[in-house]
Design a protein around this ligand. Sequence first.
Ligand code: SF4
Ligand code: SF4
Length: 510
Amino acid sequence: MATAKFATPALSRYPVIPLVERGAMGHLKPFVASPAIQGNIGFPGELTEGWEQRAVAKMGELLGKYRSLQVYMDACVHCGACSDKCHYFLGTGDPRNMPVARQDLMRGVYRRYFTFAGKHFPKLVGAVDMSKQVLDDWYSYYHQCSECRRCSVFCPYGIDTAEITMAAREIMDAVGMGQKYSNEIIGKVHKIGNNLGLPGPALRNTLEGLEEDVKEDTGIDVRYPLDVKGAEVLLVTPSADFFAEPHIESLIGYGKVFHAAGISWTLSTKASEAGNFGMFIGNYEQLRKIALRIREAALELGVKRIVVGECGHAWRVAYSFWNTLVGIGAGGKDPFAIELQNQLDGRYKQPTHICELTWDLIQRGALKFDKEKNDHRIVTFHDSCNVARASRMGDMPGGQFVIPRDIIKAVANNFHDMAPATIHEATFCCGGGGGLLTDDLIELRVKGALPRMEALRNVADDHGVNFMATICAICKAQFSKVLPYYGFEMGMVGGVHQLVSTAIRLGEPV
Ligand code: SF4
Ligand code: SF4
């Protein structure tokens, strides 16, 4: 069992709503970005005189730009339906981690400066001045939200706390109080091309090493190509896939799928990162700038299809935003967007998720499996928030729930779902999403994982489940870290394409 300076919550057989413990997580704040980190991505380095007015002005700008934010500020009736739906409240008992209370941190300031009642009778309507105390509370509790959107599923008005969190982070960045973890990563993507700061030569070495490993393991020459002009598919995948465990096992699996199906493909040095932390900090300019690398790489390489690897928020950005952001898929109107739309093969969905590609090949009989090779595994599936509640796969509603499970069932004999209230659109966050996957927030990450760990414990006890598959790099990293706190083996989590990799037949006619 891992050790820590906080108590890991006890697992219950049935969900328990915790006793409220005021201020239980008030001490927890991620490291603030240094002036250099802020400056690298064009944000002010620190709070300077007049920041309060600038914060309010930024809020006004966002209220004008995003109608949804204005609606969310006005529409809440404080019914409380969301209050026990956040994994961070369930794991910490801190009432400020109730979604409605998290929203109210911004709503108080909104009322003070943007409503008649708040301007004239602030005390009557809970309106508060923008102050350093308010900003500190924002910094703490808007970094205790993983932007998972679970609360919005249960809100009768569809209020999306994740969007409020994004707006709060954007305002904090605009006045010079950004988060070190996310902003440092964004700087690395701009400078080197991926979140991990892995330069091109290191990437090439890694992929060559992978080819040798797969050859040794299977006897087959499976290629992991980089920067190949004229390849049919550009695969954009989280950089963790290049070296982290268990992520790399899925990368091995993608390569085997392309090999077995005879599809030419390539990775790209320039677009060696599917992740886009611009979304986590709610900043449109960063979101677009990061996504543009992928368009540039696709144009340079002349590919016909763009496929996204196992990464939850990357798939949300790709599925929901790439079309209008950069023209991958119909939507973008600038000359480069139109050039790319003309270049990409219109017979395929642009972009395609790797699970859609693999499932399509399975359905067409283009891949063959020895399912019994996964017989040592009893598998469950963790739906990742951004895939489950902010995107889709395939042609039917809910395809994002069906397709990964159907792939698992095609490659493994033993599968059991976790409790219905914890999967599909009601899935619980892993506890580390939305820019919170940093060790300075480990207490929050461990406590926030509680609901998922309880559901996992139940299927482990009832069905002997020993492998939790997921299609998100953050979920994989988060679970690898927190599983031991709850008495599980860290190697119990892995990718869907890790299972594919184990069972797929290579080197024979298909
Ligand atoms: S979006 Fe997720 S993390 Fe944020 S308040 Fe809602 S349930 Fe909690
Ligand atoms: S469920 Fe919706 S309306 Fe009800 S308190 Fe939560 S955010 Fe407000």
